[in-house]
Design a protein around this ligand. Sequence first.
Ligand code: PLP
Length: 405
Amino acid sequence: MNLKEKEKEFILQTYKRLPVEVDHTDGVYVYGKDGKKYLDFFGGIAVNALGYNDTRVKAAIINQVNRYMHMSNIFYMDVQIELAELICKLSGYSKIFFTNSGTEAVEAAIKLSRRWGSKENKVKLFALTNSFHGRTMGALSLTDRPKYRHGYEPFLPSVDHITFNNVSELREKIDSKTAAVFIEFVQGEGGVNVVSKEFVEELFALRDKHKFLVVADEIQAGIYRTGRFFAFEHYGVHPDLITVAKPLGGSLPLGGLLVDSKYVDVLDYGAHGTTFGGNPVSCAAGLATLNDLSENNIGEHVTVVGGYLKQRLLEFQTKHPDFISEIRGMGLMIGAECKTDCGDFVNQLLSNGVLVNCTNGNVIRILPPLVIQQEHVDVFMSAFQKTFFDVHSATSKDFAGGLAN
Ligand code: PLP
């Protein structure tokens, strides 16, 4: 059996995999077992902020593996506490609860919101249409993507959705029984949709009036992805809870719930817990990653290189308005909305040596490592242009795949 056949034989078929058997990785490149080379503009779904094989991260992991790999959360682990201190310092939030993943960070936020609201009978939770907050049953109750929800009913009670950017619906649905509103300031999975300033202003005005928690889901857009530490910083607001994950563990599994000082006592001893959350090896990798990103002013770099990428894509769109209807996003979280399904385009782009993803059917989602340089954008744009001509001419379908070494 070859690898593809074995995967089919032994793993539940929940993933539609790309036709790449990974051999190794380096910097911002992935190398297939067949020797082909791919420029990674997807970054393990926004996880690999420093690209692959970062020396400092690897050294931190090895050092921690030699010390201890798992202890459980009944011990004091210096590396976990140091990461907590650093992320609190960088974010301006008071405390964190560590999890293994994004969806678990959302679960922690749901539990904190419900427990906080229970005293005043505030039970309602809201999320926006087209949102993605994860796939465990609590998080999935907030996620508004039919393809992920189908067949899993019933969901958590007292959860509802507000149409994305619809201010009047927001005003109608929110009231004094609201415990929390979950919001991605830039929706990732939903198609790189940027929430409007007007919607955000109204949301925070309603928070002042009705006293509920605003939970910023920064799992994909957070940690410098949009050029600021958090995407909500572009709006000048202060959410109450923040969920983080993806790059937090420096490519290893780690998530967290950051909590504003007002709510740090809601979850007390025994109120929540996890065996693996805050694993010391993940924390060591995360600490090295966050130190590296912050010391190198990565936010400014992301703004500059992301601006260049967006500009190049906008120029392309101007030339090909029948293919791309909109370029949107911030920093290095960019979506190119196509007039039709973009699956074939993304597959052909892969053949031309570049990894991206097609989300929500017709949005090409671009989430490169935060350390890409202008030259990588140029390689990306050449492949993008070539792919456009490949897909729009029937002649060049049998390209060998990968970039020239
Ligand atoms: N929230 C957002 C905004 C996400 O993008 C994701 C994952 O893509 C999640 C939650 C769930 O995170 P995880 O897959 O780590 O459980």
